[in-house]
Design a protein around this ligand. Structure first.
Ligand code: UT7
Length: 329
């Protein structure tokens, strides 16, 4: 028995932060941002007391509606995020409460920008073992809550958003066919949030030292990302004897258009088969891949071979091969 994605949904907040807006906040310009990253706008969740679950809950509610699922039918909900509502309880628990899912197994999973891939494969295990019939996998991040809007090297990159997919069993030849997931903790120095955990709990000093914001050594992360994401995407094709013609879609994590292009080139896949929405959403961390699936859902056909690929903090990286399970409705 395989796990198949049987529905997708997503949510982005209404407020938009454009490159022009950023020009008034830091020493940057539209030309630099577009040519180095491909980003033009990002959506930002504004409003007192709103967090990641406030984007994930509407995405999950829409998923339940679209797939005709009652909350009580959901066996598990996994939320990939690096910006949980609170350190505990898990944001997944809060999402379940907000959408009426009771007594399900729910937990958060942290693998930074590869979080959705790690969560998808984790969720699939519950289906493949027969433990649950319906599992929801969410990727959601309110990156604006950990971005330093005086640091031009990071504030232009990130945006907020949430995406969700439903996993169910399938007995045909579709579903999640294969995955390669990797991590290397020695990369932690180059992309991290220093403060707020058990090593550097929040103090007046950690706030003064800006330790609760994202730190990224962009050039180093870029070098790893561009190699690892391309390698692992080519590897899953080789492992499954797929040529570029066999691949219907590449769904890459949206961190930088240059990394996406390099991955597509390495796979031999042309641009028309690559899902790209970084121009409108920026890097929404765990939400990039499900937001792409949501936007392209109507163009996906049963039997399409789809490669998901990501690289992120940790370092973490991976690829997943899916044979799509339904025609658009
Ligand atoms: O999603 C998780 C994984 N993350 C990634 O995959 C991100 C990987 N890294 C990147 O995407 C890129 O490294 C960045 C987009 C973050 C930066 O692009 P870059 O081409 O690597 O730029 P850089 O850091 O090498 O900086 C080049 C120059 C520097 O100026 P000097 O030293 O050459 O005078 C920076 O100070 O660009 C400057 N710079 C900026 N200029 C205008 C850095 N940020 C900006 C900015 N506007 N926003």
């Amino acid at each position: 028995m395989r796990a198949a994605i049987t529905g997708v949904s997503g949510y982005v907040p209404k407020d938009i932060l454009s490159n022009k807006d950023l020009e008034t906040m830091v020493d940057t310009n539209d030309e630099w941002i577009v040519s180095r990253t491909g980003i033009k706008t990002r959506h930002i969740l504004k409003g007192e007391g709103l967090g990641t679950s406030d984007m994930a809950a509407p995405a999950v509610l829409e998923l339940l509606r679209k797939t005709g699922t009652k909350p009580e039918e959901v066996g598990a909900l996994i939320c990939a995020t690096v910006t949980p509502d609170h350190l505990f309880p898990a944001t997944a628990n809060i999402i379940c409460d907000k959408v009426g899912i009771k007594d399900a197994l729910s937990f958060d999973l942290g693998a930074a920008c590869s979080g959705f891939l790690f969560a998808l494969v984790t969720g699939a295990q519950y289906i493949e073992t027969g433990m649950f019939k319906k599992v929801i996998v969410v990727g959601a991040d309110k990156m604006s809550s950990i971005v330093d809007y005086t640091d031009r090297s990071t504030c232009v990159i990130f945006g907020d958003g949430a995406g969700a997919v439903m996993l169910e069993p399938t007995n045909d030849d579709t579903g999640i066919l294969d995955s390669i997931l990797r991590s290397d903790g020695s990369g932690r120095d180059f992309l991290h949030q220093k403060g707020g955990g058990s090593v550097n709990p929040a103090t007046e000093q950690t706030v003064k030292d800006k330790m609760h914001y994202i730190f990224q050594e962009g050039k180093t992360v870029f070098k790893f990302a561009v190699t690892k994401m391309a390698d692992v995407s080519a590897e899953i094709m080789d492992k499954n004897n797929l040529t570029a013609d066999d691949v219907a879609w590449l769904v890459p994590h949206q961190a930088n258009l240059r990394i996406i292009d390099a991955t597509a080139r390495r796979m031999g896949v042309n641009d028309s088969k690559v899902m790209v929405n970084i121009d409108r959403y920026g890097n929404t961390t765990s939400a990039t891949i499900p937001l792409c699936l949501m936007e392209w859902e109507s163009r996906l056909n049963k039997g399409d071979n789809i490669v998901l690929a990501a690289f992120g903090g940790g370092f973490t990286w991976g690829s997943i091969l899916i044979k799509w399970s339904y025609d658009s409705k």
